[in-house]
Design a binder for this molecule. Structure first.
Ligand SMILES: Cc1ncc(COP(=O)(O)O)c(C=O)c1O
Length: 427
Protein backbone atom coordinates (compact mmCIF):
# COMPACT_ATOMS: atom_id res chain seq x y z
CA UNK A 1 0.00 0.00 0.00
CA UNK A 2 1.64 3.26 -1.07
CA UNK A 3 1.24 6.47 0.85
CA UNK A 4 2.81 8.50 -1.92
CA UNK A 5 -0.30 7.76 -3.99
CA UNK A 6 -1.71 10.98 -5.36
CA UNK A 7 -4.62 11.99 -3.20
CA UNK A 8 -7.53 14.28 -3.63
CA UNK A 9 -8.06 16.06 -0.37
CA UNK A 10 -11.55 15.70 0.88
CA UNK A 11 -13.99 18.54 0.37
CA UNK A 12 -14.02 21.37 2.85
CA UNK A 13 -17.47 20.17 3.91
CA UNK A 14 -15.96 17.01 5.36
CA UNK A 15 -13.11 18.86 6.97
CA UNK A 16 -15.61 21.20 8.58
CA UNK A 17 -17.49 18.20 9.88
CA UNK A 18 -14.54 16.64 11.58
CA UNK A 19 -11.74 19.05 12.27
CA UNK A 20 -13.09 20.74 15.36
CA UNK A 21 -14.19 17.55 17.10
CA UNK A 22 -11.37 15.28 16.03
CA UNK A 23 -9.03 14.30 18.82
CA UNK A 24 -6.23 13.92 16.24
CA UNK A 25 -5.61 17.62 16.88
CA UNK A 26 -4.08 16.60 20.22
CA UNK A 27 -0.32 16.82 20.34
CA UNK A 28 1.50 13.56 19.61
CA UNK A 29 2.89 13.46 23.15
CA UNK A 30 -0.58 13.82 24.62
CA UNK A 31 -1.74 10.89 22.49
CA UNK A 32 1.17 8.64 23.28
CA UNK A 33 0.65 6.06 25.97
CA UNK A 34 3.28 3.47 26.67
CA UNK A 35 1.05 0.41 27.15
CA UNK A 36 -1.80 -1.17 25.30
CA UNK A 37 -3.70 -2.01 28.50
CA UNK A 38 -2.67 -0.36 31.76
CA UNK A 39 -1.88 -2.79 34.55
CA UNK A 40 -4.76 -1.39 36.62
CA UNK A 41 -7.09 -3.12 34.18
CA UNK A 42 -5.42 -6.49 34.38
CA UNK A 43 -7.70 -7.79 37.11
CA UNK A 44 -10.88 -6.82 35.31
CA UNK A 45 -12.83 -9.55 33.53
CA UNK A 46 -12.15 -9.73 29.80
CA UNK A 47 -15.78 -9.00 29.08
CA UNK A 48 -15.34 -5.54 30.56
CA UNK A 49 -12.77 -4.59 27.92
CA UNK A 50 -14.57 -1.84 26.13
CA UNK A 51 -13.94 0.94 23.73
CA UNK A 52 -12.64 3.23 26.43
CA UNK A 53 -9.38 1.35 26.10
CA UNK A 54 -8.86 2.97 22.71
CA UNK A 55 -7.55 5.98 24.59
CA UNK A 56 -4.68 3.88 25.92
CA UNK A 57 -3.34 2.93 22.51
CA UNK A 58 -0.03 4.31 21.35
CA UNK A 59 0.11 6.72 18.44
CA UNK A 60 -2.48 8.79 16.64
CA UNK A 61 -6.19 8.16 17.05
CA UNK A 62 -8.40 7.49 14.06
CA UNK A 63 -9.21 10.81 12.39
CA UNK A 64 -11.74 11.29 9.58
CA UNK A 65 -10.45 14.80 8.76
CA UNK A 66 -7.26 13.31 7.29
CA UNK A 67 -9.08 11.23 4.69
CA UNK A 68 -7.95 11.16 1.07
CA UNK A 69 -10.02 10.04 -1.90
CA UNK A 70 -8.62 8.36 -5.01
CA UNK A 71 -11.50 7.80 -7.41
CA UNK A 72 -11.54 4.90 -9.81
CA UNK A 73 -10.99 5.85 -13.46
CA UNK A 74 -13.02 2.76 -14.44
CA UNK A 75 -16.40 2.56 -12.66
CA UNK A 76 -17.91 -0.92 -12.90
CA UNK A 77 -21.07 -1.86 -14.78
CA UNK A 78 -23.98 -2.15 -12.31
CA UNK A 79 -26.15 -5.26 -12.22
CA UNK A 80 -29.92 -4.99 -12.51
CA UNK A 81 -31.18 -4.90 -8.91
CA UNK A 82 -33.29 -8.04 -9.42
CA UNK A 83 -30.11 -9.99 -10.34
CA UNK A 84 -28.28 -9.16 -7.10
CA UNK A 85 -27.13 -12.16 -5.04
CA UNK A 86 -26.19 -11.39 -1.41
CA UNK A 87 -22.52 -10.49 -1.07
CA UNK A 88 -21.50 -11.20 -4.67
CA UNK A 89 -21.32 -7.67 -6.10
CA UNK A 90 -19.11 -4.91 -4.72
CA UNK A 91 -19.12 -1.17 -5.31
CA UNK A 92 -16.37 0.85 -6.99
CA UNK A 93 -14.51 1.99 -3.88
CA UNK A 94 -13.32 0.81 -0.50
CA UNK A 95 -11.83 2.34 2.66
CA UNK A 96 -8.37 1.32 3.85
CA UNK A 97 -6.89 2.56 7.13
CA UNK A 98 -3.55 1.11 8.22
CA UNK A 99 -2.50 1.06 11.86
CA UNK A 100 0.78 0.26 13.56
CA UNK A 101 1.81 0.28 17.19
CA UNK A 102 4.25 3.18 16.76
CA UNK A 103 2.27 5.68 14.73
CA UNK A 104 -1.25 4.57 15.62
CA UNK A 105 -3.92 5.12 12.97
CA UNK A 106 -2.58 6.43 9.66
CA UNK A 107 -4.73 8.68 7.44
CA UNK A 108 -7.85 6.94 6.10
CA UNK A 109 -7.92 6.36 2.34
CA UNK A 110 -10.83 5.83 -0.02
CA UNK A 111 -9.44 3.86 -2.93
CA UNK A 112 -10.75 1.94 -5.94
CA UNK A 113 -12.00 -1.51 -4.80
CA UNK A 114 -8.92 -3.71 -5.10
CA UNK A 115 -7.13 -6.85 -3.96
CA UNK A 116 -5.03 -6.77 -0.81
CA UNK A 117 -1.44 -7.91 -1.08
CA UNK A 118 -0.29 -9.64 2.10
CA UNK A 119 2.77 -11.68 3.03
CA UNK A 120 1.85 -15.38 3.43
CA UNK A 121 3.12 -15.17 7.03
CA UNK A 122 0.59 -12.44 7.92
CA UNK A 123 -0.96 -13.21 11.30
CA UNK A 124 -4.58 -12.99 10.07
CA UNK A 125 -4.00 -16.16 8.01
CA UNK A 126 -2.54 -18.17 10.88
CA UNK A 127 -4.10 -17.03 14.13
CA UNK A 128 -7.38 -15.50 12.93
CA UNK A 129 -6.76 -11.91 13.98
CA UNK A 130 -9.93 -10.78 12.25
CA UNK A 131 -13.21 -9.17 13.19
CA UNK A 132 -15.97 -7.60 11.16
CA UNK A 133 -19.33 -5.89 11.18
CA UNK A 134 -22.49 -6.17 9.11
CA UNK A 135 -24.61 -3.03 8.73
CA UNK A 136 -26.67 -1.35 6.04
CA UNK A 137 -27.23 1.98 4.27
CA UNK A 138 -30.66 2.78 2.81
CA UNK A 139 -31.90 5.27 0.23
CA UNK A 140 -35.16 6.92 1.29
CA UNK A 141 -37.93 8.11 -1.02
CA UNK A 142 -36.29 11.58 -1.19
CA UNK A 143 -33.00 10.07 -2.34
CA UNK A 144 -31.37 10.71 1.06
CA UNK A 145 -28.94 8.11 2.42
CA UNK A 146 -29.43 6.71 5.90
CA UNK A 147 -27.49 4.38 8.20
CA UNK A 148 -29.34 2.31 10.81
CA UNK A 149 -27.88 2.56 14.34
CA UNK A 150 -24.23 2.68 13.16
CA UNK A 151 -23.11 3.51 16.72
CA UNK A 152 -24.17 0.02 17.81
CA UNK A 153 -22.05 -1.65 15.13
CA UNK A 154 -19.05 0.53 15.96
CA UNK A 155 -19.38 -0.26 19.64
CA UNK A 156 -19.54 -4.01 18.95
CA UNK A 157 -16.60 -3.86 16.52
CA UNK A 158 -14.45 -1.94 18.98
CA UNK A 159 -15.22 -4.41 21.79
CA UNK A 160 -14.48 -7.32 19.47
CA UNK A 161 -11.19 -5.76 18.33
CA UNK A 162 -10.11 -5.21 21.95
CA UNK A 163 -10.78 -8.89 22.72
CA UNK A 164 -8.18 -10.03 20.17
CA UNK A 165 -5.65 -7.25 20.78
CA UNK A 166 -6.44 -5.39 17.57
CA UNK A 167 -6.57 -1.60 17.82
CA UNK A 168 -9.76 0.17 18.85
CA UNK A 169 -10.94 3.48 17.44
CA UNK A 170 -13.20 6.47 17.93
CA UNK A 171 -16.68 5.35 16.82
CA UNK A 172 -17.79 8.72 15.47
CA UNK A 173 -14.65 9.02 13.35
CA UNK A 174 -15.21 5.64 11.70
CA UNK A 175 -18.88 6.47 11.09
CA UNK A 176 -17.79 9.68 9.32
CA UNK A 177 -15.27 7.76 7.19
CA UNK A 178 -17.86 5.11 6.29
CA UNK A 179 -20.31 7.92 5.52
CA UNK A 180 -17.88 9.39 2.97
CA UNK A 181 -17.52 6.00 1.26
CA UNK A 182 -21.29 5.47 1.15
CA UNK A 183 -21.86 8.95 -0.29
CA UNK A 184 -19.18 8.40 -2.95
CA UNK A 185 -20.78 5.12 -4.08
CA UNK A 186 -24.39 6.13 -3.40
CA UNK A 187 -25.34 5.38 -7.03
CA UNK A 188 -24.92 1.74 -6.06
CA UNK A 189 -27.85 1.83 -3.61
CA UNK A 190 -30.96 0.75 -5.50
CA UNK A 191 -33.82 3.09 -4.63
CA UNK A 192 -36.56 0.43 -4.52
CA UNK A 193 -38.00 -0.40 -1.10
CA UNK A 194 -36.38 -3.53 0.29
CA UNK A 195 -33.00 -2.83 -1.32
CA UNK A 196 -29.99 -1.53 0.55
CA UNK A 197 -26.22 -1.36 0.62
CA UNK A 198 -24.63 -3.92 2.91
CA UNK A 199 -21.49 -2.53 4.59
CA UNK A 200 -18.70 -4.78 5.76
CA UNK A 201 -16.15 -3.01 8.00
CA UNK A 202 -13.31 -5.48 8.61
CA UNK A 203 -10.22 -5.32 10.81
CA UNK A 204 -7.26 -7.67 10.35
CA UNK A 205 -3.86 -8.12 11.94
CA UNK A 206 -1.23 -7.58 9.25
CA UNK A 207 2.00 -8.36 11.06
CA UNK A 208 4.01 -10.79 8.93
CA UNK A 209 5.52 -13.18 11.45
CA UNK A 210 4.65 -16.59 12.86
CA UNK A 211 5.17 -15.69 16.53
CA UNK A 212 1.91 -15.74 18.47
CA UNK A 213 1.37 -12.35 20.05
CA UNK A 214 -0.49 -9.06 19.70
CA UNK A 215 -0.18 -7.76 16.12
CA UNK A 216 2.06 -4.72 15.76
CA UNK A 217 0.22 -3.70 12.61
CA UNK A 218 -3.34 -3.92 11.35
CA UNK A 219 -5.59 -2.84 8.51
CA UNK A 220 -9.16 -1.63 8.86
CA UNK A 221 -11.02 -1.78 5.57
CA UNK A 222 -14.61 -1.31 4.50
CA UNK A 223 -16.23 -2.85 1.44
CA UNK A 224 -19.85 -2.51 0.33
CA UNK A 225 -22.28 -4.72 -1.54
CA UNK A 226 -25.72 -3.75 -2.93
CA UNK A 227 -28.35 -6.23 -1.75
CA UNK A 228 -31.95 -7.01 -2.59
CA UNK A 229 -34.82 -7.89 -0.26
CA UNK A 230 -34.21 -11.06 1.76
CA UNK A 231 -37.71 -12.25 0.89
CA UNK A 232 -38.34 -11.04 -2.68
CA UNK A 233 -41.63 -12.95 -2.85
CA UNK A 234 -42.72 -12.53 0.78
CA UNK A 235 -41.69 -14.22 4.05
CA UNK A 236 -40.64 -17.87 3.94
CA UNK A 237 -40.70 -19.59 7.31
CA UNK A 238 -37.77 -21.96 7.96
CA UNK A 239 -37.32 -25.40 9.51
CA UNK A 240 -34.56 -25.72 12.13
CA UNK A 241 -32.60 -28.57 13.64
CA UNK A 242 -32.05 -28.11 17.39
CA UNK A 243 -28.32 -28.76 17.68
CA UNK A 244 -26.62 -30.06 20.80
CA UNK A 245 -23.86 -32.19 19.24
CA UNK A 246 -21.95 -28.99 18.40
CA UNK A 247 -21.75 -25.83 20.53
CA UNK A 248 -21.62 -22.35 18.97
CA UNK A 249 -20.45 -20.49 22.09
CA UNK A 250 -19.83 -21.11 25.77
CA UNK A 251 -19.50 -19.09 29.02
CA UNK A 252 -16.35 -16.97 29.18
CA UNK A 253 -15.71 -17.70 25.50
CA UNK A 254 -16.03 -15.26 22.61
CA UNK A 255 -19.53 -15.99 21.26
CA UNK A 256 -20.54 -12.43 22.10
CA UNK A 257 -17.84 -11.04 19.83
CA UNK A 258 -18.05 -10.75 16.04
CA UNK A 259 -14.86 -12.65 15.29
CA UNK A 260 -14.46 -14.35 11.91
CA UNK A 261 -13.17 -17.36 13.87
CA UNK A 262 -16.67 -17.89 15.32
CA UNK A 263 -18.26 -18.52 11.93
CA UNK A 264 -16.32 -21.23 10.07
CA UNK A 265 -16.98 -23.90 12.77
CA UNK A 266 -20.74 -23.37 12.34
CA UNK A 267 -20.73 -24.39 8.69
CA UNK A 268 -20.31 -28.16 9.12
CA UNK A 269 -23.29 -28.46 11.53
CA UNK A 270 -25.29 -26.28 9.15
CA UNK A 271 -24.39 -28.56 6.24
CA UNK A 272 -25.37 -31.59 8.33
CA UNK A 273 -28.72 -29.99 9.20
CA UNK A 274 -29.22 -29.10 5.53
CA UNK A 275 -28.58 -32.71 4.51
CA UNK A 276 -31.57 -33.65 6.69
CA UNK A 277 -33.77 -30.93 5.18
CA UNK A 278 -33.35 -28.13 7.73
CA UNK A 279 -32.26 -24.65 6.74
CA UNK A 280 -30.52 -23.71 9.98
CA UNK A 281 -29.31 -24.88 13.38
CA UNK A 282 -31.06 -23.83 16.56
CA UNK A 283 -28.00 -23.66 18.78
CA UNK A 284 -28.55 -25.20 22.23
CA UNK A 285 -26.22 -24.96 25.20
CA UNK A 286 -25.60 -27.26 28.14
CA UNK A 287 -27.32 -30.38 29.47
CA UNK A 288 -30.41 -28.23 30.11
CA UNK A 289 -30.67 -27.46 26.37
CA UNK A 290 -30.79 -23.68 26.68
CA UNK A 291 -31.87 -21.99 23.45
CA UNK A 292 -29.18 -19.50 22.41
CA UNK A 293 -29.21 -18.41 18.75
CA UNK A 294 -30.48 -19.58 15.36
CA UNK A 295 -27.87 -19.87 12.57
CA UNK A 296 -26.29 -16.42 12.59
CA UNK A 297 -29.31 -14.69 14.09
CA UNK A 298 -30.70 -14.05 17.56
CA UNK A 299 -33.74 -16.16 18.49
CA UNK A 300 -37.14 -14.91 19.69
CA UNK A 301 -40.14 -16.93 20.89
CA UNK A 302 -43.67 -15.89 21.87
CA UNK A 303 -45.42 -17.92 24.58
CA UNK A 304 -48.92 -17.55 25.98
CA UNK A 305 -48.77 -17.66 29.78
CA UNK A 306 -51.31 -19.20 32.21
CA UNK A 307 -52.45 -15.68 33.23
CA UNK A 308 -53.43 -14.99 29.62
CA UNK A 309 -50.54 -12.60 28.98
CA UNK A 310 -48.04 -13.11 26.16
CA UNK A 311 -44.29 -13.31 26.66
CA UNK A 312 -41.77 -12.24 24.00
CA UNK A 313 -38.58 -13.97 25.08
CA UNK A 314 -34.98 -14.06 23.89
CA UNK A 315 -31.81 -15.37 25.51
CA UNK A 316 -29.95 -12.96 27.83
CA UNK A 317 -26.59 -11.36 26.96
CA UNK A 318 -24.59 -13.72 29.16
CA UNK A 319 -21.48 -13.77 26.96
CA UNK A 320 -22.66 -16.64 24.74
CA UNK A 321 -25.01 -14.50 22.61
CA UNK A 322 -24.04 -11.95 19.97
CA UNK A 323 -25.42 -8.54 20.95
CA UNK A 324 -27.55 -8.20 17.83
CA UNK A 325 -28.50 -4.69 16.78
CA UNK A 326 -31.81 -6.06 15.48
CA UNK A 327 -32.35 -7.95 18.76
CA UNK A 328 -31.85 -4.74 20.70
CA UNK A 329 -34.18 -2.85 18.34
CA UNK A 330 -36.94 -5.46 18.66
CA UNK A 331 -36.71 -5.47 22.45
CA UNK A 332 -36.78 -1.66 22.58
CA UNK A 333 -39.75 -1.39 20.20
CA UNK A 334 -41.68 -4.10 22.04
CA UNK A 335 -41.06 -2.42 25.41
CA UNK A 336 -42.11 0.94 24.00
CA UNK A 337 -45.05 -0.01 21.79
CA UNK A 338 -46.62 -3.27 23.04
CA UNK A 339 -49.50 -3.04 25.51
CA UNK A 340 -47.85 -3.67 28.86
CA UNK A 341 -51.09 -5.07 30.31
CA UNK A 342 -50.86 -7.90 27.78
CA UNK A 343 -47.13 -8.38 27.19
CA UNK A 344 -44.05 -9.37 29.14
CA UNK A 345 -40.76 -8.74 27.33
CA UNK A 346 -38.07 -11.07 28.67
CA UNK A 347 -34.35 -11.55 28.29
CA UNK A 348 -33.95 -14.79 30.18
CA UNK A 349 -32.67 -18.32 29.86
CA UNK A 350 -35.18 -20.80 28.44
CA UNK A 351 -34.82 -24.37 27.25
CA UNK A 352 -35.89 -26.35 24.22
CA UNK A 353 -38.00 -28.44 26.65
CA UNK A 354 -39.92 -25.28 27.59
CA UNK A 355 -40.54 -24.61 23.88
CA UNK A 356 -41.69 -28.23 23.39
CA UNK A 357 -43.98 -27.99 26.45
CA UNK A 358 -45.60 -24.82 25.13
CA UNK A 359 -46.06 -26.46 21.72
CA UNK A 360 -47.75 -29.47 23.35
CA UNK A 361 -49.99 -27.22 25.45
CA UNK A 362 -50.94 -25.09 22.44
CA UNK A 363 -49.29 -21.99 23.98
CA UNK A 364 -46.34 -21.69 21.57
CA UNK A 365 -47.48 -18.67 19.57
CA UNK A 366 -44.57 -17.71 17.34
CA UNK A 367 -40.82 -18.05 16.77
CA UNK A 368 -38.39 -16.07 14.63
CA UNK A 369 -34.73 -15.16 14.17
CA UNK A 370 -33.48 -11.57 13.99
CA UNK A 371 -30.50 -10.06 12.17
CA UNK A 372 -29.37 -7.30 9.84
CA UNK A 373 -29.62 -9.37 6.65
CA UNK A 374 -33.29 -10.40 6.93
CA UNK A 375 -34.46 -8.27 9.92
CA UNK A 376 -36.73 -11.19 10.92
CA UNK A 377 -36.80 -14.79 9.76
CA UNK A 378 -39.96 -16.68 10.82
CA UNK A 379 -39.59 -20.27 12.07
CA UNK A 380 -42.24 -22.93 11.36
CA UNK A 381 -40.69 -26.12 12.70
CA UNK A 382 -37.89 -27.27 15.00
CA UNK A 383 -36.63 -30.83 14.97
CA UNK A 384 -35.44 -31.90 18.41
CA UNK A 385 -34.24 -35.42 19.06
CA UNK A 386 -35.81 -36.43 15.74
CA UNK A 387 -39.26 -35.22 16.74
CA UNK A 388 -40.86 -32.09 15.23
CA UNK A 389 -41.98 -29.11 17.28
CA UNK A 390 -44.45 -27.22 15.11
CA UNK A 391 -44.72 -23.44 15.42
CA UNK A 392 -48.27 -22.44 14.45
CA UNK A 393 -48.82 -20.21 11.43
CA UNK A 394 -52.14 -18.82 10.23
CA UNK A 395 -53.40 -20.59 7.07
CA UNK A 396 -51.67 -19.12 4.03
CA UNK A 397 -49.24 -17.07 6.19
CA UNK A 398 -45.49 -17.56 6.45
CA UNK A 399 -44.99 -15.30 9.44
CA UNK A 400 -46.50 -14.60 12.83
CA UNK A 401 -47.83 -11.20 13.88
CA UNK A 402 -44.91 -10.09 16.05
CA UNK A 403 -42.28 -10.80 13.38
CA UNK A 404 -44.39 -9.10 10.73
CA UNK A 405 -44.99 -6.05 12.93
CA UNK A 406 -41.32 -5.75 13.84
CA UNK A 407 -40.24 -6.06 10.19
CA UNK A 408 -42.63 -3.24 9.32
CA UNK A 409 -41.65 -0.93 12.19
CA UNK A 410 -37.92 -1.40 11.59
CA UNK A 411 -38.20 -0.91 7.80
CA UNK A 412 -40.19 2.31 8.33
CA UNK A 413 -37.30 3.65 10.41
CA UNK A 414 -34.58 2.34 8.06
CA UNK A 415 -36.20 3.93 5.00
CA UNK A 416 -36.94 7.21 6.80
CA UNK A 417 -40.72 6.84 6.50
CA UNK A 418 -40.92 7.49 10.22
CA UNK A 419 -38.38 9.90 11.72
CA UNK A 420 -36.45 8.17 14.49
CA UNK A 421 -33.07 8.77 16.16
CA UNK A 422 -31.90 5.30 15.03
CA UNK A 423 -31.84 6.45 11.40
CA UNK A 424 -28.73 8.57 10.75
CA UNK A 425 -28.90 10.85 7.70
CA UNK A 426 -25.70 11.11 5.63
CA UNK A 427 -26.67 13.92 3.26
C1 LIG B 1 -24.06 -15.04 15.51
C2 LIG B 1 -24.95 -13.90 15.20
N1 LIG B 1 -26.00 -13.65 16.00
C3 LIG B 1 -26.84 -12.62 15.79
C4 LIG B 1 -26.67 -11.78 14.71
C5 LIG B 1 -27.61 -10.64 14.49
O1 LIG B 1 -26.96 -9.43 14.74
P1 LIG B 1 -27.44 -8.08 14.06
O2 LIG B 1 -28.87 -7.91 14.43
O3 LIG B 1 -26.57 -7.04 14.64
O4 LIG B 1 -27.25 -8.25 12.59
C6 LIG B 1 -25.60 -12.01 13.82
C7 LIG B 1 -25.43 -11.15 12.65
O5 LIG B 1 -24.50 -10.43 12.57
C8 LIG B 1 -24.72 -13.08 14.08
O6 LIG B 1 -23.67 -13.31 13.27
Amino acid sequence: MSFSRARLLLSSATRGLTASSCSCLLSRSAQHHPRFYPSAMAARPLSSLATSESGTQPGAPLCAANISIDKTPMPKEKLQPTKLVFGHTFTDHMVQIPWNDTDGWLPPMILPYQNLSLDPATCVFHYAFECFEGMKAYKDSNGKIRLFRPDKNMDRMSKTAARICLPTFDHDELIKIIGELVKLDSDWIPSERGYSLYLRPTLIGTQASLGVGPPKSALLYVIMSPVGPYYPTGFKAVRLEATDYAIRAWPKGVGDRKLGANYAPGILPQRMAASRGFQQNLWLFGDEGYVTEVGTMNAFFVFQLPNGKFELVTAPLDGTILEGVTRDSILALARERFDEDKWIISERKFTIQEVADHARAGTLVEAFGSGTAAVVSPIKEISWRDKPIYVPLQPGKETGRVAEQMAQWIAEIQYGEVEHPWSVLLN
